[in-house]
Design a protein around this ligand. Structure first.
Ligand SMILES: NC(=O)c1ccc[n+]([C@@H]2O[C@H](COP(=O)([O-])OP(=O)(O)OC[C@H]3O[C@@H](n4cnc5c(N)ncnc54)[C@H](OP(=O)(O)O)[C@@H]3O)[C@@H](O)[C@H]2O)c1
Length: 376
């Protein structure tokens, strides 16, 4: 396993150079990988593995949209697509990719089919870490590990098709066969990870729950709303408030930060922006740090997992969720966002039409190449 230096700290990493696809195929050649669940992660992971030459089958409850989607994606009932229990019986590696709530409900069935030497694979440490709440305690004679792609199953698939790869973490909870590492590394490569960094089940779920409640989704929406509301209260128009809060960030700055880092961004903006950002970022850090600490402690105390299990298993969960999402969707901030997005040149009908005329674009590009002095 490679050791790489991340900001001065050495970590174990599995790279494609060190663990190429051919090696993964060799390790998995006698395995049947049963992907249980065809929701968001299921399709991404199953299709990437299939395209990578792994023997993969899908287990999905019948008469559902997900079952139909699996058929549309080329899985064949009775050959590579089965009702959940049949797939559990056939699989030697069980990729447990039902929603976290459904994993609790189906656990007694899954457990029954975890015979000696099989492997149980997760994409989240939730079920095992919070086993007092979930009841998910795997038998001692199976391997238990995880590969958690750091993004949606849709991105995992999209990036795979573009020849890229999403970063994933991996962790081994139980090595019953002595082959847990080679199995998990092979699966990580086969599902389309760019590289894999090591963690454990508890750290994976603590960081994941903190991240999605924090900067990835909860905190970012909170900060957007706070700045937008202040600008609006001080008399700025919705379009000005939205552009200064969201649009410039997502359209202009974040792609550059993704490419080059925030240090580069700070070095490559106006001196006015630079002075202000340098003066203010630590104030925002200090103001939000107590909230992040409270959040992490709530995760570690099992309160967030309990809340998620309780609310997701209520029969009216979908309706209640829809009410909350409607509030967000109908807020002035995101209604303004809708208009702003529609005004982007690429969303204008005339530009869309031009983009659909490849010959015109090609001749335009040729003209520009022939006359470089006309560019810019
Ligand atoms: N979403 C992500 O981007 C992401 C990223 C990293 C890791 N993960 C992890 O990957 C795992 C799968 O997540 P996901 O987002 O892909 O899940 P999801 O889309 O919510 O999973 C839905 C799947 O669960 C099935 N299901 C739901 N309730 C069921 C029940 N009562 N009985 C049988 N099947 C049931 C659905 O079947 P029907 O269609 O028939 O309802 C569908 O196959 C989770 O552990 C999650 O934390 C997810």
């Amino acid at each position: 396993m490679a050791k790489l230096n991340f900001g001065g700290v050495e970590e174990n990493v599995v790279t494609r150079e060190e663990f190429p696809l051919e090696k993964a195929r060799e390790v998995l050649k006698n395995e049947t990988v049963a992907v249980i669940g065809y929701g968001v992660q299921g399709p991404g992971q199953a299709l990437n593995q299939r395209d990578n030459g792994i023997n993969v089958i899908v287990g999905q409850r019948e008469k559902s949209k997900s079952w139909d989607k699996a058929i549309r994606d080329g899985f064949v009932p009775g050959q590579t697509l089965f009702p959940i229990e049949e797939a559990l019986q056939k699989g030697t590696i069980i990729c447990y990719l039902l929603s976290d709530a459904a994993q609790i409900a189906l656990w007694p069935t899954v457990k029954k089919h975890l015979t000696k030497g099989k492997a149980l694979y997760f994409s989240h440490g939730f079920g095992v870490t919070f086993n007092e709440q979930t009841g998910i305690v795997p038998p001692a004679d199976v391997d238990v590990f995880l590969v958690a792609p750091k993004g949606s199953g849709t991105s995992l698939r999209r990036m795979f098709l573009q020849g890229r790869g999403l970063n994933s973490s991996y962790a081994i909870y139980q090595d019953a066969t002595g082959r847990a590492f080679e199995r998990v590394a092979s699966l990580g490569i086969a599902v389309g990870s760019g590289y894999l960094f090591e963690t454990d089940f508890k750290k994976e779920v603590y960081s994941d729950l903190t991240g999605e409640r924090g900067t990835l989704m909860g905190a970012i929406q909170g900060i957007f709303a706070a700045q937008y509301d202040v600008l609006r209260a001080k008399g700025h128009s919705p379009s000005e408030a939205f552009n200064e809060t969201v649009e410039e960030l997502t359209q202009s700055l974040m792609p550059l930060v993704a490419e080059n880092g925030m240090d580069w961004m700070y070095a490559n903006c106006s001196t006015t922006a630079q002075r202000g950002a340098l003066d203010w970022w630590k104030k925002f850090r200090d103001a939000t740090a107590p909230v992040f600490k409270e959040l992490y402690e709530s995760v570690a105390a099992g309160k967030e997992s309990q809340r998620s299990i309780d609310s997701n298993s209520k029969p009216d969960y979908r309706e209640k969720l829809e009410e909350e999402l409607t509030e967000l969707r109908e807020s002035e901030l995101w209604q303004t966002g809708k208009t702003v997005r529609s005004l982007r040149p690429e969303n204008q009908p005339a530009v869309k039409k031009e983009a659909n005329e490849p010959n015109k674009i090609a001749s335009l590009l040729k003209k520009l190449a022939d006359k470089p002095e006309s560019v810019g």
